[in-house]
Design a protein around this ligand. Structure first.
Ligand SMILES: Nc1ncnc2c1ncn2[C@@H]1O[C@H](COP(=O)(O)OP(=O)(O)OP(=O)(O)O)[C@@H](O)[C@H]1O
Ligand SMILES: [Mg+2]
Length: 705
């Protein structure tokens, strides 16, 4: 054989080998995903077999029944209703409280707003002594202490900002047990860094007065979680030092891996485990096409808020960068919306001020980066808008989940544009599974048919549940067609191949331009966004691949040949894209106050403003406003049966006055009766009239979960 012929065969072998290697790596990736899913399904199967129900499983011992009657039941009911003003337990709350009361260690996985705080606060009140609560953020701690103080519960905190007097009081209470200290909140640093604190806690324990230890936002312990805090790692000392004190670890989300990690790190191998569904039935999820023109996007956001939330209902707009936050907050203000920004570059006092104004309903919208996160305790956030996509399904679940923590209907809207993908990918590519996680949420955004909810179930390894029309793909009608775009995809991939052959690099933006210049006939038919949409789809499907290069100022994302590129070029792979031929129907899903509800909303804001330290939702929750408005109590006794003793004693006269005054006005007005309907009855009515769309109130729904 001549050397030239050998060279030719060698070269063609090289090409073929590369192709095979590409396929192997795509298959290995696929295999990894299958293994991961397999292990999730096995866990799921065990859970189902153990309990007969996929959710609300009680972990280590299947025989335990935490729903049966216990001696503390009536005391617990009394505190629940008369102090917390909560009329019914939500799913798992009673069982968790019982397990803690029985002295067990407990792991609680319960969706955001599910009501985890009550699970440890109530036993803290019932059990003698002091409960220690570890929580990661100052703002969360402040909110909780303020809320408990408003209920007359003796709660204190020890943080880097607490003054000497406060510290003296707490240490004395821990040591001597003379003063009343029911719940003590600390940051994890106190446990890991303050020897003085630990020695006082030891004394409290020695005297038999450490009633329970609660680790809130426990996912911060795990490196696999989304919010790892190094100081949380040292919390293992608590169980070693106080082995007999019940420990309860709580978090809104934890994959199986994170759950195992938590149990190991906190030393609670025999804990009773309560896992509730990740489903948030009251949230309506949707994805909207994001215009390439920034002004149009802000116009749409402003219109959405004005149309659906004209009564100053609270919302959050998440943005990618700090600069964008400031810009968009300003643009929204120009459009008459009360908005301000929040990001990590701001002075702490400014940030706190903005947060406080929003918490007190004096500011409608916070435009924030992800820095506006875990500390948000506001239960009545009615909408969360993502101006650009999050970096993973998990972070999107967390961020969007800040809506509707009070269980009432709320909306989560994500504005998606392909050009946002490289912006995100050049930030996350160095993270563990960063790109895979990003591509998962891109698939979520690109799909025009799959239930949005099902993506969450899949991500958290939970069996699917009915969406009840509570996402755009399930609830809104639009005709979706699947189109074979393999030929166009081949053109795109060939172009990438040519560029690579010349040892050049191409970004997604340049690729679109090149294609439109080279194939003029196409540019008339195809918009730049459509080509970008296809390029992103090809990346997500492993036909193309992103590669990154650092410059002194930024990291650039380039598009290169992916593992399945040759399969496509050789016609062994087809690419299909979903196109919706009809614009999705607009549907109004907002809830807003009217009549008496508005008056009661004003009243709670007035009380909050007069007090200075109580937040409006602590005075009356939105649900309580709904109940009072529909039942219109005419005596303190009746009011007490709705909101409990404590709130009736504190605010009963003012509330009744509003109810009476409103009644008098309504009698004089011969009005359209629909004007008198309440928030709750409106929600129900909509559920009937809107095809496929069922709006649910959390307490009822969660009982079913
Ligand atoms: N059984 C209940 N009925 C009605 N409202 C409840 C009930 N339990 C809790 N809530 C209310 O639900 C809201 C959310 O509760 P909580 O702050 O405890 O949620 P969480 O599970 O800790 O959420 P997150 O993960 O976001 O911290 C609060 O306003 C709380 O008062
Ligand atoms: Mg919480």
């Amino acid at each position: 054989m001549e050397s030239e012929a050998i060279q030719v065969e060698l070269q063609s072998l090289e090409v073929e080998l590369k192709d095979v290697q590409g396929q192997i790596s795509a298959l290995i990736e696929h295999q990894d995903r299958l293994y991961e899913r397999k292990s999730e399904l096995k866990t799921l199967l065990k859970a189902v077999a153990a309990s007969g129900s996929p959710v609300a499983t009680s972990g280590s011992s299947a025989i335990e029944n935490w729903s049966e009657p216990f001696e503390w039941d009536s005391r617990a009911d009394d505190v629940r209703f008369n102090i917390f003003g909560i009329s019914e337990y939500r799913a798992n709350q009673k069982e968790i409280i019982n397990a803690i009361m029985a002295g067990r260690d407990v792991l609680v996985i319960m969706a955001a707003g599910g009501g985890k705080s009550l699970c440890y606060q109530l036993p803290a009140i019932l059990r003698g002594g002091t409960a220690l609560v570890v929580s990661p953020l100052l703002s969360l701690i402040q909110d909780q202490v303020m809320g408990l103080a408003a209920l007359g519960i003796s709660a204190y905190m020890l943080t880097s900002t607490s003054g000497k007097e406060n510290e003296k009081f707490v240490y004395k209470a821990l040591e001597k047990g003379e003063d009343d200290l029911k719940i003590l909140y600390v940051t994890p640093e106190k446990v890991s860094k303050s020897k003085r604190f630990m020695s006082k806690l030891e004394k409290c324990h020695h005297a038999g007065r450490l009633s329970l230890i609660s680790i809130d936002e426990a996912h911060c312990c795990s490196q696999w979680g989304h919010d790892f805090r190094p100081d949380y790692k040292n919390l293992s000392i608590l169980k070693t030092q106080f082995p007999k004190v019940p420990m309860v670890a709580l978090t809104a989300t934890a994959t199986q891996k994170v759950q195992n990690d938590l149990i190991e790190m906190l030393h609670i191998p025999k804990c009773a485990k309560f896992v509730s569904s990740v489903n948030r039935p009251n949230l309506f999820y949707s994805v909207r096409e994001k215009s390439a023109v920034g002004k149009t996007v802000v116009d749409e956001i402003a219109e959405f808020i004005r149309e659906s939330y004209s009564n100053n209902e609270s919302g959050i707009v998440y943005c990618f960068s700090r600069k964008e936050c400031e810009q968009i907050a300003g643009d929204l203000r120009k459009r008459g919306i009360s908005a301000d920004y929040y990001h990590a570059d701001m002075d702490v006092n400014m940030r706190e001020k903005v947060h406080m104004q929003w918490s007190k309903n004096k500011l409608q919208v916070i435009v924030g980066t992800v820095a506006f996160g875990m500390g948000i305790n506001k239960p009545d956030v009615r909408f969360v808008i993502h101006h650009s996509l999050s970096k993973s399904m998990e972070t999107y679940y967390q961020e969007s989940g800040r809506a509707g923590r009070d269980g009432l209907p709320s909306e989560c809207v994500l504005f998606f544009r392909s050009a946002d993908v490289p912006r995100q990918s050049s930030m996350v590519f160095y993270e563990y599974s960063g790109l895979q996680n990003l591509y998962d949420i891109v698939r979520y955004c690109q799909s025009k048919t799959k239930c949005r909810r099902s993506a969450f179930f899949r991500h958290f390894g939970e069996p699917s549940q009915d969406c009840n029309g509570m996402c755009d793909n399930c609830g809104l009608s639009s005709e979706v067609k699947e189109v074979d775009v393999s030929d166009l995809a081949k053109l795109v991939v060939s172009m990438v191949q040519e560029t690579q052959a010349k040892d050049q690099r191409v970004t997604m933006l340049q690729l679109g331009d090149k294609l439109r210049t080279k194939h003029k006939d196409l540019s008339a038919e195809l918009k730049r966004e459509e080509i970008e949409y296809l390029v992103i789809k090809l990346i997500v499907d492993s036909v193309l691949k992103e590669e990154f290069q650092h410059t002194p100022y930024s990291t650039n994302a380039y598009v290169t040949m992916g593992p399945l590129a040759n399969q496509l070029l050789q016609g062994r792979k087809t690419i299909k894209m979903e196109t919706s031929s009809k614009q999705t129907k607009k549907s109004k899903r907002s809830i807003s106050f009217s009549g008496l509800e508005l008056k009661l909303d004003e009243l709670r804001k007035e009380i909050s403003a007069a007090d200075g330290s109580i937040l409006p939702h602590t005075v009356l929750s939105t649900q309580q406003i709904g109940s009072i408005s529909s039942q219109k109590p005419d005596s303190l006794q009746k009011l007490e049966s709705i909101i409990g003793k404590l709130k009736t004693e504190k605010y009963g006269d003012m509330i009744l006055e509003q109810v009476m005054r409103h009644d008098a006005v309504s009698e004089q007005l011969v009005e359209d009766p629909t004007k008198e309907e309440t928030f709750t009855s409106r929600s129900r009515k909509r559920a009937k009239t809107q095809k496929n769309v069922v709006l649910v109130e959390s307490s009822e729904e969660e009982e079913e979960a």
